[in-house]
Design a protein around this ligand. Sequence first.
Ligand code: LLP
Length: 390
Amino acid sequence: MTSQSVTPDVHFPVERLNSVETPCYYYDTRLLGDTLDAVNTAASHPAFRVHYAVKANTNPGILSRVAAAGLGADTVSIGEVEAAIEAGFPAGSIVFAGVGKTDREITRALRLGVGCLNVESAEELDAIVRIAAETGIKAPVALRINPEIDAHTHHYITTGLAENKFGIAISMLRPLMERCRDSQHLQFRGLHFHIGSQITDLTPYRLLCERINTLRQEYEDFDIPWINVGGGLGIDYDHPDIHPIPDFDSYFDVFARHLHLSPGQEVHFELGRSIVAQCGSLITRVTYVKQGVAKKFIIVDAGMTDLIRPALYQAHHKIDNITSAADAEEVYDVVGPVCESSDCFGRDERLPLTQRGDLLALRSAGAYGEVMASAYNCRHLPGSLFSDSF
Ligand code: LLP
């Protein structure tokens, strides 16, 4: 992927960070603002609507800034719906998705007036019809289809294959479309797709457009106001300063060129990672530099409880020592304090000579970082700081 615009590096206010409690997430609000501007510009096609996939980061400071930029919200629990409303997203701009919505969540979402429920099974549709009838609120629904497209990403974050739990098989679609069209309790909004996450080759998106075009022909007899193509655009984890903003132009261009639309039809996108990943870093302090038999270890005060992506998906976040002024470099394994061997942020990392007390930044951690933190080992949750307000 190529960089869309040259934005200055994330600038770390080292002196101020030196006085805060670590580990903590640091968000560069200027980069977040530039990224939101880039998304809005690239998606300026009149039929395009971008929703922020709230699951990537629910910090209220992130949510309110994204809401202020005019994006809608894509949510997967009633907790996320409520957090989005609290942060300023209008209820009508919120899509509520997820394979396991409970009756309580469906009822509350209808009462709050969410814009759409993305339905993942015939069984869920039964529940929605029943609750809509009970509450007297017509339910706006889209059907999530499993497009069976391989996004060639990590197997834990691939979602569009038949073997995944997500969505409705194309072969099972027609009776559900008919039910959505004919039920007095439902308002049919459209079709929803999502093929996976951290997708850096745009080819699967072109294949998705082709799959959708074929489906639209097959369902010519239905009015389909919205086509929701999901999210998943990847970022460059290795070069956060060279590619601080993903190539949104090329991404949206795939859909502008390959997706056939009817007049008035809208295309919805649900981007999470590509909007918030690069503006966030996990700041952690070096507790010890330990000489082992064959290796040197940097033991930091952040662990897999603060950033689980390396342990869970073998992900790598670029590591910068933001306080060392040394020219000389050394090779270290960078590990956390948690009693699990997977609590490791990097093996054989070449870093400037590092000492106890130095600060490291684990870069590109704004998406699926803070929001996936846990209190395992009775560890405290990491704090957060915004560059424009501390
Ligand atoms: N829409 C749906 C239906 C999704 O399931 C997801 C992500 C998104 C949109 C947003 O995808 P994004 O644009 O952020 O790639 N925790 C993992 C990622 C899990 C993604 C789950 N679904 C990670 O840290 O890589």
